[in-house]
Design a protein around this ligand. Structure first.
Ligand SMILES: Cc1cc2nc3c(=O)[nH]c(=O)nc-3n(C[C@H](O)[C@H](O)[C@H](O)COP(=O)(O)O)c2cc1C
Ligand SMILES: [Mn+2]
Length: 481
């Protein structure tokens, strides 16, 4: 049974030595984000941890960051699986969604602030790129609803704190929150929205899944959990929101109300442009009695944003290729955690069944996602091992024969720094596909047979040479030797 709230997740992290509590009093306007930035910039994935700042200057609300997306391991702890099981858990969840269960009440609404009592500045919302961001940003789970179908959408969009009672939300073309918004405002009605801070890990992780419009991500969260996630009726808007959250911010977007949004440090590693975006009037803030704030750190990669988006969408891609499109020899996918998330490098391991099969799967993956580069390798390659990947590219990839470029790809300008809108002209982006599968029989590999190598390993141990774990790459090579 998966963690019911972010507190159970924190306890699990701590038990595994993956949480650091910081007792020094820190400022939420610079110190907290700069410390978290050091962790991502200086430590490799295996050494990173969730951060819990227990004392935030001027508030009695602790702030956490990186607790799900510090690393592959913190993410796996959120799902309660081994890191190697993340993909399979995702595939299972997408094939077996479970709708949320509506409950009467929940900790999310222990304290309710309405009307004039609403004050966003009472919450320690951090500034993520101090010295450059225009304002604090709430970049968290965002719930909206389609007016016509009534189906909810759960996503994650950055939202700027404009003042105590207003946010400005980054709704970009085609995004599901944008479609929900349009379904109301085109009828002259205000669109209901809710922001969720710190809740069941499965809700956080499915709120970055790129699944089709009309799929309620909360049902996928149930699939991940193996039982329904719990929701309650929001107090002032017609939405169902997580029952076990730290904070819920409820609001409405009225037709034709916009405001400037930005500058803000973006996930691609550059300061994003200023733009006009929908203005949100906050109608309620509800929270637990002693709430904790959870903010994702994004901006310069690697970041919590790139880690959670990469791991979630690798599972989405495998399910799509294997189950929806029928390429059932697709074994695994990995999205580079460094640049990541959306415009990242995706690697797919598969067994090609006919000439051109790998290229076909590469094109499908590239077109179906925002991935900017796709590399396809045979299923004997450990796609998380850069040495093995380099070997595959050096020995099985022939540039002219095996490169495909897809041109004229629309990518929202705020996401891809190589595309900027000039003179109202939208510039298009492009994608690269590398087919590094073996096309001809390259013959036997140049390693001694497994039996001899294992005999030698026994000798190695007997004479007291340093201990090691056999890398997956080597296990795979020995299977073919
Ligand atoms: C911290 C963070 C901030 C994000 N901000 C945005 C954003 O402002 N706009 C956007 O389109 N996607 C953003 N994303 C990515 C989306 O959440 C993700 O692609 C999601 O699946 C979109 O949901 P949708 O398909 O229901 O629109 C962000 C992701 C994270 C983790
Ligand atoms: Mn969606």
């Amino acid at each position: 049974m998966a963690h019911r709230d972010i507190r159970e997740h924190l306890a699990a992290l701590e038990a595994k030595g993956k949480l650091r509590r910081i007792q020094k009093t820190v400022s939420h306007t610079w110190e907290l984000s700069c410390l978290a930035r050091w962790m991502f910039q200086a430590l490799p994935d295996e050494e990173r941890f969730g951060l819990l700042f227990e004392r935030v200057s001027g508030f009695d609300i602790p702030v956490m960051t990186g607790v799900l997306g510090a690393s592959r391991e913190t993410y796996a702890i959120g799902l309660e699986v081994d890191p190697d099981e993340i993909i399979n858990r995702w595939v299972h969840a997408l094939l077996h969604p479970i709708p949320p269960r509506v409950v009467e009440s929940g900790p999310s609404q222990e304290v309710v602030h309405l009307g004039d009592d609403v004050n966003l500045s009472a919450i320690p919302i951090p500034i993520w790129t101090p010295g450059k961001d225009i304002a604090p940003y709430v970049s968290t789970i965002v719930i909206s609803r389609d007016h016509d179908t009534g189906i909810q959408n759960t996503a994650t969009y950055r939202s700027m704190v404009r003042d105590q009672r207003h946010l400005v939300i980054n709704l970009t073309p085609g995004r599901h929150g944008t479609l929900c918004y349009e379904s109301y405002v085109t009828k002259g009605k205000p669109a209901p929205f809710a922001w969720v801070v710190g809740t069941e890990p499965v809700i956080h992780l499915s709120a970055v899944a790129n699944v089709p419009y009309g799929t309620d991500e909360m049902t996928i969260a149930g699939g991940l959990k193996g039982e329904p996630v719990e929701v309650v009726k929001a107090k002032t808007v017609d939405l169902l929101v997580p029952a076990n959250a730290e904070f819920i911010i409820e609001g409405e977007i009225h037709p034709d109300e916009y405001s400037d949004e930005g500058r803000f440090g973006e996930f691609a590693g550059y300061m994003g442009p200023v733009g006009k975006r929908p203005l949100v009037t906050i109608t309620a803030v509800t929270h637990r009695k002693n709430p904790m704030y959870y903010g994702y750190i994004s901006q310069m990669p690697p970041s919590e944003s790139t880690v959670i988006q990469s791991l979630t969408n690798a599972g989405v891609i495998v399910k799509l290729l294997r189950h929806d499109l029928g390429h059932n020899t697709v074994r695994d996918a990995h999205i580079d955690l460094t640049y990541g998330g959306l415009l990242a490098h995706g690697i797919i391991a598969m067994k090609p069944l006919y000439p051109g099969h790998a290229k076909r799967v590469g094109r499908l993956a590239a077109e179906a996602t925002l991935l900017k580069r796709v590399t396809i390798v045979d299923d004997d390659i450990d796609i998380r091992d850069p040495m093995h990947m380099d070997w595959a590219l050096n020995s099985r990839f022939n540039a002219v024969r095996d490169t495909i470029i897809i041109d004229n790809v629309f990518t929202p300008a705020v996401m891809d720094p190589t595309v900027r809108v000039r003179n109202e002209q939208v510039e298009m982006s492009s994608k690269l596909i590398l087919d590094a599968t073996e096309k001809e029989d390259a013959g036997e590999i140049s390693l001694p047979p497994k039996a001899l190598m294992m005999k030698a390993l026994a000798v190695w141990q007997e004479i007291g040479l340093p201990k090691f774990e056999i890398p997956k790459r080597v296990k795979s090579l020995l299977e073919h030797s």
